[in-house]
Design a protein around this ligand. Structure first.
Ligand code: IDP
Length: 140
């Protein structure tokens, strides 16, 4: 399997509860390497742009307000099959449906406040990494 990079976000509900280290341990235990990471506070405009693909969904406004409510940690994870592996470690969108041991099962509060974001495909991973990181911040 090819080595990939994927964009991960530790969301406001998790940064607020001081869970960054515990979530990062889950990534590292699964063989994902954190190759870039920064803590930032998104403006509502930036959060809205990042989640533009969901702009017609009923929860869009709530999602944008939530993502801009507290700092987030944005990161690039690298490893073999990193995109799918990260989705596996994250668990299902709704924590009620997430498998035991996943981040969302252990830490998420609800379907909206679900602790982490992860890119869902190679093309979106590329776009999402470029949204937050410049080439200079990505060490090969
Ligand atoms: P994903 O994050 O597992 O890829 P998506 O369906 O792409 O899930 O949804 C993006 C994000 O939108 C979710 O992670 C969650 O924070 C939020 N979201 C999804 N469905 C709902 C909902 O029914 N109510 C509130 N927020 C939602």
């Amino acid at each position: 399997m090819a080595v990939e990079r994927t964009l991960s976000i530790i969301k406001p509900d998790a940064t607020k509860r001081n869970l960054t280290g515990k979530i990062n341990a889950k990534f590292e235990d699964a063989g994902l390497r954190i190759v870039a990471q920064k803590r930032i506070k998104l403006s509502p405009e930036q959060a809205g742009k990042f989640y533009e693909v969901h702009k017609d969904r009923p929860f869009y406004g709530e999602l944008v307000d939530f993502m801009a409510s507290e700092p987030v940690v944005v990161q690039v994870l690298e490893g073999e099959g990193a995109i799918a592996k990260n989705r596996e470690v994250m668990g299902a969108t709704n924590p009620a449906d997430a498998a035991a041991g996943t981040i969302r099962k252990e830490f998420a509060l609800s379907v909206g406040e679900n602790s982490v974001h992860g890119s869902d495909a190679p093309e979106t991973a590329k776009e999402e990494i470029a949204f937050f990181f410049s080439g200079l911040e990505l060490v090969g």
